[in-house]
Design a binder for this molecule. Sequence first.
Ligand code: V47
Ligand code: SF4
Length: 374
Amino acid sequence: MTNSLDIIINATKNVLLAKIAQKVKDGIRISDEDCLVLFEKADLPFVGALANSIREKLHGNKTYFNRNFHIEPTNVCVFSCKFCSYSKLYAHKEEGWELSIDQMLDIVKTYDGKPITEVHIVGGVHPKMNMAYFIELIQKIHAHRPSLHVKGFTAVELDYMFRKAKMTVEEGMLALKNAGLQSLPGGGAEIFHEDIRKEIAADKVTGEGWLHIHETAHKLDMHTNATMLYGHIEKYEHRIDHMNKLRNLQDKTKGFNTFIPLKFRNSNNDMSHIAESTITEDMRMYAIARIYLDNFSHIKAYWPMLGRQNAQLSLSFGVNDIDGTIDDSTKIYSMAGSEEQSPTMTTEELVMLIKQVKRTAVERDTLYNELNVF
Ligand code: V47
Ligand code: SF4
């Protein structure tokens, strides 16, 4: 029987692209060279069709979301990433915010009785918020609401915390796991390649350091996410190098839940002179990630950053998860120029967004266990 990929293979005049489409049809992994051909030569309908066929094979009609909330303990940060619109250097800490453990517990308590399954904790790297501080926070959240999944801390925060506590990554991760930390978000990855990292995020954990922290978490049976900050000074080769490192680690550990491409937003930071990527480029990025990362089950569009209309559009370009932040106070993107100044979306709104593109909305927990079908 002829399927849509056969039509594409037969209609494609470019031999290299036709070969890539054939690989996708046969379930064969594409190479880095193939990936570069996709970035350089393939148009949006082509990558969209390939990505959509993979998404459909993996997930049928399902689009996932979850019910979570974010806590941002501080925006004071010892680092100075050029793309960051959110942090205040420690020297100017009076301009930023620092939440006490009680204030963060009060945030958790505002969700009492609401059907939330996850808390996502992420923020700047404050020198006084150390291992002991976060262990106490996690333990108290856990004691208050044991069923809440605690996903927290980027590898950047963890690297700093562990070094300050004079712990190895293994020791530090185990201590946090024993306190109740269950998984890691994907932040801090940016672009692993040193040539780019030294330009945009010179002073924080290296690409190797990020990967080592995630590998260590995986070895402790903790799942993690992976991100990539794209659309600034990097070239396609750097995106491919980044995804290659993630694909290799995933082959080894199978510990990543999802890949989240993060579109660079250019307001209020030291890279404001760089134009943002177009929506076409964003959709091509999602689609190519879906095609290249054959060992990642899920590709997520983070709607507070992309905007809800574009997140909805991404569902036709390989994305099968649109996160699910409800009633949130996330500031990182509104400060970076996202149109989502107040990133709140009720379950009804989120479900409608998914249903408008004729998908089935499935509420998941952090580990993609299915909870409710809408
Ligand atoms: O690492 C900072 C990014 C990340 C900008 O794992 C920016 O479920 C665009 O990783 N333009 C933190 N991006 C957020 C993050 C995340 C978000 C949602 C879900 C998950 C998850 C993880 O935000 C940083 C950095 O890459 N970021 N500034 C900016 N101007
Ligand atoms: Fe600090 Fe993270 Fe901003 Fe970098 S991106 S300055 S590590 S808060």
